[in-house]
Design a protein around this ligand. Structure first.
Ligand SMILES: [Zn+2]
Length: 434
């Protein structure tokens, strides 16, 4: 039913060509925008003016020349001195403060202008048109009350394309979410995997009437196979992945119906993949850290910003026919769980293994005193407890790693479980490898 044709057509109009853009059109647009962004940033932002390692000339002859410029990091955003801002503060319409996971406790601060917000709403409008029809009801499982929050901007984009977005109650129990969905009967849903997974599993277990939801937009840095299967089985849903963060202006890359990577929002982002240790640019197909440069942001431009997410750029063209480059996501950099004696586990492996058990609605994993892995389960079927324990023990990656580290597995039913969070599931109490 879908296809990126409409998104490519919009990209063509946005970058100023009157036809479906070719790769050459996009590269020429990106080069022009990079030169403008870099030139202005150096002149107008105190941070970029004083940034060490800046090459003698700010002009790029080709896209790949961007590798001559220094990389920037979340620390640069958190420090705020000198400021990255390249315009008077009164022109910034929205200030976003993002808590960082680092130990410094400093927060990243970002500013958006009216034009930045408009660019995101337009991207959501045309991106969502690839998976939602005009007139369809779309349930929004992101917090949407705050003006210019991601949920609010997504709803504004959907509204413009003629769909009917409705915000779900996301800060209450999962049963409230399920009741709202049954009443709404939406054609599509948007949210984080944890939220949608819990709602679907709860609905499958409660004996109430089934629901069919055609498409889901899922925002995450990786979507597990067990989650994708659960939504397909329970709601008959085709899952479209989205990748983005506040730094990308929320929207960043969107899956298509080929489901083989996510098409980058190339109207606003130039993407590079670098070696996380050396910072060197890697060729297409190689996995490394995703680095973004904003193309149209004048207030707070980000130049070669290290996102902390890892992935690769697909080498071959997409089956859907879009010329937009594709990202294959591979999770957060440096987030594996350290189990001692050099053994590591990726949180998404644990997540996928536990959610693959049909009776699981939601869960929390906690590592205690480096000796116990405690899984708090939300389930309506007590037999799920034994099943999860046995799945973890016999899992080819998890079982041997836990045994080697001398960690035992305890699975229990969670008492007073919190509502499924509108964010990534976190594994608690673990020591993260830096
Ligand atoms: Zn595609």
């Amino acid at each position: 039913m879908t296809g990126l044709g409409t998104l490519d057509a919009w990209v063509g109009r946005t970058i100023g060509v009157g036809w479906l853009p070719t790769r050459r059109d996009l590269d020429a647009y990106q080069l022009r925008c990079l030169n403008e962004t870099i030139g202005k940033a150096r002149v107008e932002s105190p941070f970029y003016r004083s940034l060490a390692g800046w090459p003698e000339t700010s002009h790029l002859d080709e896209l790949k020349d961007i590798d001559r410029f220094p990389l920037t990091t979340a620390d640069d955003l958190a420090r705020g001195d000198p400021s990255l801002i390249a315009l008077p503060l009164r022109d910034a319409v929205r200030l976003v403060t993002i808590p960082t996971s680092g130990t410094s406790g400093r927060q990243k601060r970002l500013f958006f202008t009216e034009a930045d917000i408009e660019a995101t709403v337009a991207y959501f409008e045309h991106g969502m048109a690839t998976l939602v029809r005009p007139g369809s009801c779309v349930a929004i499982a992101f917090p949407a009350e705050r003006p210019d929050s991601v949920g609010d901007l997504l709803m504004r984009g959907l509204d413009r394309m003629g769909a009917i977005p409705v915000a779900l109650p996301v800060d209450g129990p999962v049963e409230a979410l399920v009741a709202a969905l049954r009443e709404l009967q939406p054609a599509a849903i948007a949210g984080m995997p944890v939220t949608l997974g819990a709602a679907a599993r709860c609905m499958a277990a409660d004996g109430g009437p089934p629901l069919r939801i055609e498409t889901a937009l899922v925002s995450a840095d990786s979507v597990s196979p067990s989650f994708r299967t659960a939504l397909a089985v329970i709601w008959g849903t085709e899952v479209f992945e989205h990748w983005g963060m506040t730094e990308t202006g929320y929207g960043g890359a969107l899956g298509c119906d080929a489901h083989d990577g996510l098409h980058v929002r190339e109207t606003d982002l130039h993407i590079e993949i670098v070696d996380a240790d050396t910072g060197r640019v890697l060729p297409d197909g190689s996995e490394g850290e995703i680095v973004i440069t904003t193309l149209r942001r004048r207030g707070l431009p980000l130049l070669r910003y290290r996102t902390g997410d890892s992935g690769s750029i697909a080498e071959s063209p997409c089956r859907c026919g879009s010329v937009l480059r594709r990202l294959r996501l591979a999770g957060r950099i440096g987030e594996p769980v350290a189990l001692g004696d050099g053994k590591r586990l990726r949180p998404e492996v644990i997540d996928d293994a536990i959610f693959a058990v049909t009776g699981v609605i939601d869960f929390l994993v906690e590592f205690r005193s480096g000796r116990h892995m405690v899984v708090g389960l939300v389930t309506s079927d007590p037999r799920t407890v034994d099943e999860v324990r046995s799945v973890l023990r016999s899992h080819p990656a998890i079982g041997p790693a836990l045994r080697a580290a001398g960690i035992d597995i305890a699975v229990e039913i969670a008492v007073d479980p919190p509502p499924p969070p509108c964010r990534k599931r976190r594994v608690l109490g673990v020591e993260h490898v830096a």
